[in-house]
Design a protein around this ligand. Structure first.
Ligand SMILES: [Zn+2]
Length: 400
């Protein structure tokens, strides 16, 4: 048994190192956006938070997140205990995971411009990964999920812990309202585990209404061009579709994974209008100066150049991302529309939560912790937790 009930190890998720955060909450060892502990909590449907997907652990998350991820529910509630205590099934060898990743990458290369709809990205479904052993279970007793305001279905988790008191974990979050999701409520807690993607005091996002106004002005000024709006397929693309629907009365062309997620948003009650690039209406729309929402990696000069040649029309690329405040982006226009908290929001949240201790995960958490301490918040990066209070093997901590 260890003192803190927090377990740290490290795993490479995508291209970055990600903390394996397992916290004993509500009598269970819960992996917070990681594959670890007795059961895994997925805060939202972005891949860097879905390490548990396709793994052997039972998963719990919001209904919308489960829908977006294609997670199947465990058949009966009484089988949950059996799922948790069953020996973990063999994970696929890492070789096969690498091969699958390579295959996907090949499948999603920018297609040729032989037809107007040729930029449509291939479909990518989570259902295959979800089918590989992951089952969705009901939210455990004593655990509360609250909106995280990040993308539709994103949640924060709140539960009691013997060692940490009332614990909240935010995952990615923001407190500002978006067009498709309301801002996150502050959860009162003793210990706050928070994400700090933009935990730099210099990064302060403008009010979303100001960003929408700038985007609208730019779109109207360039109405005669084909406009390719780049936003991550899960969350930001739907926010952009909503923006184009409401501010410009435009129905953009959307295909692939972004369209699948649009469908999940509609099932959850968000009104969105878009056109399939292969539909008759989509083909008709693409005879004129259309707008399209697509994953940012498709905003490549090769694609815009080919589209311009095929359509004999100017093609402009625009990217909506918080990184627009941080670095120069290789597009025609970039707007700082972010689904993440900036430094002041993080500070406001930490203060309003009443947390006596703030532990930061992801991002430049060491620097963020230092900046928070400078303004009176007791913050530390997760890596800086006392080694005496952490262990590398979760088995040692069973039965806190
Ligand atoms: Zn996210």
């Amino acid at each position: 048994m260890n003192e803190a009930g927090v377990y740290l190890s490290f795993a490479c998720v995508g291209a970055r190192m990600s903390e394996q955060l397992v916290v004993r909450m509500a009598t269970r060892h819960i992996g917070l956006d990681v594959l670890g502990g007795e059961m895994a909590y997925i805060s939202h449907a972005h891949t860097d938070h879905c390490a548990a997907l396709g793994g052997p652990l039972p998963i719990f998350c919001s209904d919308v997140t489960a829908d977006i991820l294609g997670l199947k529910s465990a058949p009966e509630e009484k089988k949950v205990e059996a799922l948790i205590t069953a020996p973990a099934p063999e994970m696929p060898p890492s070789d096969s995971i690498k091969k699958t990743k390579r295959k996907r990458k090949t499948a999603s290369v920018s297609p040729s411009a032989s037809s107007a709809s040729s930029f449509r990205p291939r479909r990518f479904s989570y259902s295959k990964r979800a089918a590989n052993g992951s089952l969705r279970i009901p939210i455990p007793d004593g655990v509360e999920l609250h909106s995280a305001g990040h993308m539709l279905g994103s949640t924060q988790i709140l539960a009691d812990s013997e060692k940490f008191g009332r614990v909240a974990y935010t995952g990615d979050f923001k407190m500002r309202d978006g067009l498709t999701v309301k801002g996150a409520p502050v959860l009162s807690c003793d210990t706050l585990f928070a994400e700090c993607t933009y935990g730099d005091p210099k990064v302060n996002f403008p009010h979303p209404n100001d960003v929408y106004a700038d985007m609208e002005r730019w779109a109207r000024q360039n109405k005669s061009a084909i406009q390719l709006w780049g936003g991550y397929s899960t969350g930001k693309a739907q926010e952009l579709v909503k923006f184009l629907n409401e501010y410009l009365d435009e129905t953009p062309i959307v295909g692939g994974r972004a369209a699948e997620v649009c469908e999940a948003y509609v099932r959850a009650g968000v009104k969105l209008k878009w056109l399939d690039p292969d539909s008759h209406e989509g083909q008709e729309a693409m005879r004129g100066p259309f707008m399209s929402v697509m994953a940012p990696h498709h905003l490549h000069p090769m694609l815009t150049g080919r589209l311009a040649a095929v359509h004999r029309r100017k093609v402009l690329s625009v990217f909506a991302t918080g990184w627009a405040l941080v670095r120069q982006l290789p597009v025609d226009a970039a707007f700082p529309l972010s689904d993440h908290a900036d430094f002041n929001e993080l500070l406001d949240y930490a203060k309003a939560s009443g947390a006596k201790r703030v532990i930061l995960a992801h991002g430049d958490n060491e620097r963020t912790a230092k900046a928070l301490r400078a303004v009176g918040v007791e913050a530390q990066s997760i890596e800086s937790l006392d080694p005496q209070q952490t262990v590398l093997k979760i088995e040692e901590g069973k039965g806190e």
